[in-house]
Structure formats: C-alpha cells, structure tokens
Design a protein around this ligand. Structure first.
Ligand code: NAI
Length: 398
C-alpha cells in the first residue's frame, strides 16, 4: 500500500509523475467511446498483438480491437512500475486500467513489459501468444522510441529529430513559459540519419513478423499495420523531410516487403496507416509540433472535425479492419486517416493563424489551453471527476 496525494510535476515536454485514477478514467472514456461506436462486437480480427500498446495510438488501437471486435489482445510496452513513493509511468497505469476494464468485460488481455527491440521480450511474447491466443490475426506496430539496442550487434542507436541538409528556423512554443519563440535546428549528420532509421524504421517491425511467422503464430489472412505521419508543409523540414521522415520512408518500404511476403504465404497483407497529428508523449517532444497542434485543434474544433487517438483508431478499425471492410489505400498504398487534418479549408485556416501567432495572441487565436489539457491528460492530470487533493493508491499492479 502506498497512498499519497499525487501532483503534476511537468518539466518541458515530460511529466515525471502520473495519476493512477486519472489514467484509469481516461482509458475508461476510450472504452465507453468504442462501446458506443460498436455496441456489440463486429466481425474482425479476434486475436491481436499490439507492440507499443500502453499509450497514444497503440493504446487506442488496443481499445478499438478489444471493444470493437471483442478481440483478445496482447500488449507489448516499456513502462515503469510504481516503486516506493514514486508513481508508475502513465503507460503502466493505462495498461493496468486496460486490463481491469477488459477483465470486467470478459476480454483476455496479456502484457509483456520490457524492451520490444530485445530478443528476450520477443521470445516472451511468442510464449504468451502461443499459450493465450494460439495464433494472431492482426499485429500492430506502434512503437515510438528514443533509442534501440540492436540485439545482434549490441550497439545502441539514438534517434534525433533534425532537418536534413540545411538549418531550419521556425516558430515554436516554449512549453515551460507558454510563449511563442523561435527555434533553430542544425542539420543532422549522416550517422544521425542512419541511427534514426535504425530506431524508427522498419527493421524491427520486420524482425517481429519474421519471428511470428517462423513460430507459426500467424493465421491465414493475417494483417499487420504500422503508423506514420505526413502533415503540412510547415512541419516538413522537421518531420516528413527530416530524420524521422527518413525512418518513416524505411517503414513504408518494409511495409511493401512484408505485404509481398504475407500475401504469398498467408493471403494476408501489411499496411502503413498515415494518422493525424495528436498530443502524445512522442509528438509533444517534436519541436514546432505543439504550436502546430494548438492551431490545428482551434481550427478543427471550430469546424467540428476534432479527433484524438481513439476517434482515429475507431475509424481505422471500423472502416479498414472489420471483416467486410478491407483496407482502403491511396496511390502509394497508404491508409489515410489524416484526410480531415489535410483538408484545404483546415490547412488554409491553420496557416493563416500560423502567420499571425505570437506570445501575446497565443491564448486567443490558438487552442494552447486544449493542448495543455490534453498533455496533462496523458499523465492522468486535469481529468474531470478526479479530486487531485485526495490521496490515491499508487501501488497499482498490472
Ligand atoms: P506514444 O509515445 O504515445 O507511445 C509509444 C509506445 O511505444 C508506448 O506504448 C511505449 O511504451 C512504447 N515503447 C517505446 N519504447 C519501447 C521499447 N523500447 N520497448 C517496448 N515499448 C516501447 O507514441 P505515439 O505518438 O502513439 O506513436 C505511435 C506511432 O504512431 C509512432 O509510429 C508514431 O510515429 C505514429 N504517429 C504518431 C502521431 C502523433 O501525432 N502522435 C501521428 C501519426 C503517427
């Protein structure tokens, strides 16, 4: 037992505490939204493995598979359990909440908490999948990691968020001060580009699928998905054309190779889904993106188009993964869930605000307050119905 009052302690784009009750409520809200969208489970993938399942898009994918299709799920993630007076990480509390809610609804949920890049975690996952799921219909690769230790070489690659070929200066938000400032990012060195592709490219996705196939854990018709982002031109130097963009190109290329293999061997397939920009721990860390998100939220909320992770993953599940709805793709074979974000009227309005925004008008012409609330919500703070002066049990276990 470790009951204590938990306060939000944010440093820049990271919060070092997490609130178990706030996290529980946020996961319960996602479950309720998914239940509403699919009051009785639809026909679709029934045995699902999500790699990167404890927050952001991976968690929402897991919720939409479990409550959309009644799927048994295994989640792989790397999260810190509670220790003494130190709270667990938010993803740990999210996963504990997911497991509780799933158990209450008779849905199997299994977890492997450790480094998804390592051989040990892959082996442990294989054992758990074999024991509890038998085989898998859908593998979703939703990792957002800062570094990767290659199990073959033992070397650790560190990903960077940098432009390529030129210095890039842009408006951004100083999250600590809540002001609009300028950031200048130096171009990446060649070895930083290679390292970012190593961490966030397709190699590890391929390793997972190869292993699951070797272990005969994939069903006839198996599908696998990974996630990417394209976004508008103001973010291209740091995203689409930057180091992370190179890693995403590699991921897309891997998707094509996996698609050929899965189609030939299982009559299945592999796709990359391009999702919209949302507030997650990963996206909040990218320079420029929090300012863009604050403006985007303002515009999309005004147009009644706003979507978070769950709304996006609900669309993915219902429109592209249900048994009667094969994935619909663009000319590059990408699933596009960023259609609303990239609509001309949305982007024109965002770019108009982008030109105008400064520290004085930030709170008027952007939804920085909405961004902040979402950011706090990632860690279980600023969640309606939670009394943050009340002590809570932080020693919650998976
Ligand atoms: P997130 O930060 O919310 O979640 C990352 C997940 O990866 C967590 O479950 C974490 O535990 C897990 N993870 C990280 N390192 C790990 C490791 N070594 N071993 C096991 N698990 C590990 O991230 P988010 O934003 O949901 O990103 C997921 C994917 O979606 C990424 O591919 C990202 O590029 C993509 N995406 C994100 C968008 C956004 O706006 N956030 C937009 C479009 C795509």
């Amino acid at each position: 037992m470790a009951i204590q009052v938990v306060k939000e302690r944010t440093r820049g784009f990271i919060c070092v505490t997490a609130h178990p009750e706030g996290c529980q409520r946020r996961v319960a809200e996602q479950v309720a939204a998914m239940r509403k969208a699919a009051p009785s489970p639809l026909e679709g993938p029934g045995r699902v493995l999500v790699i990167g399942a404890s927050s952001g898009y991976g968690l929402a994918t897991r919720v939409s598979a479990a409550w959309g299709f009644g799927a048994k799920t295994v989640g792989v993630f790397r999260e810190r359990p509670p220790e003494g007076r130190r709270t667990a990480s938010a993803g740990y509390y999210n996963s504990a909440a997911f497991h509780r809610l799933a158990a209450a609804d008779g849905l199997y949920a299994g977890a492997v908490n450790g480094d998804a890049f390592s051989d040990d975690v892959k082996k442990e996952t294989v054992q758990l999948v074999r024991k509890e799921l038998g085989k898998i219909d859908l593998v979703v690769y939703s990792l957002a990691a800062p570094r990767r230790t290659n199990p073959e070489t033992g070397e650790t690659a560190q990903s960077v968020l940098k432009p390529i070929g030129y210095e890039f200066t842009s408006k951004t938000i100083d999250l600590t001060q809540g002001t609009v400032t300028e950031v200048t990012l130096e171009p990446a060195e060649e070895d930083e580009i290679v390292a970012t592709i190593d961490v966030m490219g397709g190699e590890d996705w391929q390793a997972w699928i190869d292993l699951l196939s070797e272990e005969r854990l994939l069903t006839e018709g198996v599908r696998t998905l990974a996630y990417s982002y394209v976004g508008p031109e103001v973010t291209w130097p740091i995203y689409r054309d930057g180091t992370i963009g190179m890693a995403k190109k590699d991921l897309v290329q891997t998707g094509h190779q996996l698609n050929d293999m899965l189609a030939a061997q299982y009559g299945g397939g592999a796709w990359v889904s391009v999702n919209k920009a949302v507030v997650t721990q990963a996206s909040a860390a990218i320079p420029v993106v929090p300012l863009y998100l604050s403006l985007l939220f303002k515009v999309m909320k005004e147009k009644d188009l706003h979507e978070g992770c769950l709304e996006q993953m609900r669309r993915l599940a219902l429109d592209h993964l249900a048994a009667d709805k094969p994935p619909r793709v663009d000319e590059q074979r990408l699933i596009r869930l960023d259609d609303l974000e990239l609509r001309d009227d949305v982007q024109d309005a965002v770019m108009d605000l982008w030109e105008q925004v400064d520290s004085r008008n930030l709170s008027d012409i952007s939804d920085f307050a909405g961004f902040r609330k979402e950011f706090s919500g990632l860690f279980g703070f600023q969640v309606e119905g939670v009394d943050y002066d009340e002590p809570v049990e932080i020693d919650v276990r998976l």
